[in-house]
Design a protein around this ligand. Structure first.
Ligand code: TRP
Length: 334
């Protein structure tokens, strides 16, 4: 039997290189060998954007285009919208009995996010909403509603997976074996640093390169990237390991070229401006096919709508069957 993959993303902004190299490129590889459900988690996005429904609505479409443009094949992947599957919300309610509030408060991912959202949730998280605190429960329902076995995500999601596994074990021990315990796959994914050298690339950090960035934007961003601060003159030898331009060469340039960039930088035979220009070319080479695919789908909004409808219908069928099992196990199958 083909194993099921389930993964998701919040529609709060366009995909950037951090999403791509951190997780999404891996999805494109995995799509050939699994039964693949890819969720656009609009309900989860609303947990911290409940006051901005326009943003979430717009980004459902943007994220769909981003995913199709990197090569997610709608023939192979069921791309669906979370809010169109009310079974997930129903399962979330049942799961919420199996999790303590203190366990949710101790979840490292949730803790981090609360700390980052002081404006919304207060300095010490005192204004945290019930919905946000509980989103790991809803994420456990996202996974188990489809009996997701393999969950390819970035490493920041590990604590959410662990929480899901705990819920599954608790459910199975009380109501009988119903769900599979999901596993995380992190293979071939790396966390990508921002242009400013920050450990994380992110929209809120203003250090991201987006898949939708045009040539002009790429040029501006790369020209402003952080290089070795000890290199003052063009022919000073420098340390590529502290340079963000070298870091991005390693992502999008070829092996031989990367070696040359590295040795020339160390020997002082490579100026930063030249090095940045070469990176801009390589980034555009990498982005051009993505831009073309995006344009193809952008010009056919009815095709994009059909892809979402078909994916959502398939996801709905699977979740419906799963919920019948759940209601029976819980003795609420009236
Ligand atoms: N929490 C994930 C993120 O912020 C998105 C997500 C929603 C997800 N549901 C999921 C990931 C289910 C994996 C499985 O990126």
């Amino acid at each position: 039997m083909t194993k099921t993959i389930l993964t998701g993303l919040r529609p709060t902004g366009n995909l950037h290189l951090g999403h791509y190299f951190g997780a999404a490129h891996n999805w494109v590889k995995l799509q050939n060998d699994y039964d693949f459900y890819l969720e656009i988690a609009d309900v989860q996005a609303l947990t911290d954007n409940f006051d901005n429904p326009d943003k979430v609505r717009k980004n459902v479409y943007e994220i769909t285009l981003d995913l199709l443009s990197i090569g997610i094949n709608p023939e192979k992947v069921n791309l669906f919208i979370q809010s169109k599957i009310p079974e997930i919300a129903e399962l979330t309610v049942f799961f919420s009995n199996l999790v303590t509030v203190s366990r949710l408060q101790r979840n490292p991912t949730v803790k981090n996010e609360i700390a980052q959202k002081k404006e919304l949730f207060g300095n010490n998280g005192e204004s945290i909403t019930y919905g946000f605190l509980g989103y790991p429960v809803s994420q456990a329902a996202d996974i188990t509603a489809f009996d997701g076995e393999i969950i390819p995500v970035g490493d920041d999601q590990l604590p959410l997976l662990e929480q899901c596994r705990e819920i599954v074990r608790k459910f199975n021990s009380i109501y009988g074996d119903t769900f599979k315990e999901p596993e995380q796959v992190l293979s071939e994914s790396t966390r990508i640093k921002g242009l400013d050298g920050n450990e994380k690339m992110g929209k809120s950090l203003g250090n991201a390169i987006y898949l939708v960035d045009d040539e002009e934007t790429i040029k501006k961003k790369v020209m402003g990237a952080i290089t070795d601060p000890n290199k003052i003159k063009k022919d000073d030898p420098a340390n590529p390991e502290v340079c963000m331009v070298y870091y991005y060469h390693k992502l999008v340039n070829s092996g031989e070229n990367i070696k040359t960039v590295c040795s020339e930088c160390k020997n002082g035979t490579r100026g930063c401006v030249q090095c940045k220009r070469e990176l801009i070319d390589k980034l555009n080479e990498f982005l051009n096919p993505i831009r073309e695919k995006r344009k193809y789908y952008e010009e056919q909004p009815e095709l994009v709508q059909k892809i979402l409808d078909d994916g959502t219908n398939k996801a709905k069928e699977r979740a419906k069957e799963q919920m019948e099992k759940v209601r029976k196990a819980m003795k609420i199958d009236y």
